[in-house]
Design a protein around this ligand. Sequence first.
Ligand code: HEM
Length: 140
Amino acid sequence: MGILIRTLLLLALSACSNSPEPKDWLYQQLGGAPGLEQLADGLLREIEQDQQIVHHFKDTDIARFRKLLIEQFCELSGGPCTYTGATMQESHTGFQITEADFDNLVEHLIKVMTEQQVPVAAQNRLLAKLAPMYRDVVYR
Ligand code: HEM
């Protein structure tokens, strides 16, 4: 099954869940602040090695990108952060990012989370939060 379909399906499924859980459940599952730093570093390593997508980042301030990615994942996962970057549409306009590029990034994220032993339920929860950003990122 395609990654996009999988994430959209999970998004729908997660909307059905009504079990009470702490606001920062996902943040804790991702390993809190150190976990998110590792996640960002792992993702940057994967991007660096991916010839299909690395060209998009040739003019990017990587330290800033890393910081914003951590902030965004922290906020999305219910952690104690406020995302201070641009909107997803603003920041991805002009790059002509393809569906395949998007899928690659998601695959990298899954690989890194798996390496860091993030439980699959938590992986799926993060992916479900990222899936709706697809339309703001691809072919802008
Ligand atoms: C849901 C998926 C994605 C998320 C959550 C995400 C998140 C972010 C964030 C937080 C930023 C920083 C925004 C800012 O500069 O203010 C950013 C920038 C960027 N993203 Fe993404 N991104 C996603 C998908 C992708 C994909 C698939 C690509 C290409 C393979 C990509 C390429 C870039 C590039 C090149 C920049 C830097 C733009 C610049 O240098 O100004 N992103 N992204």
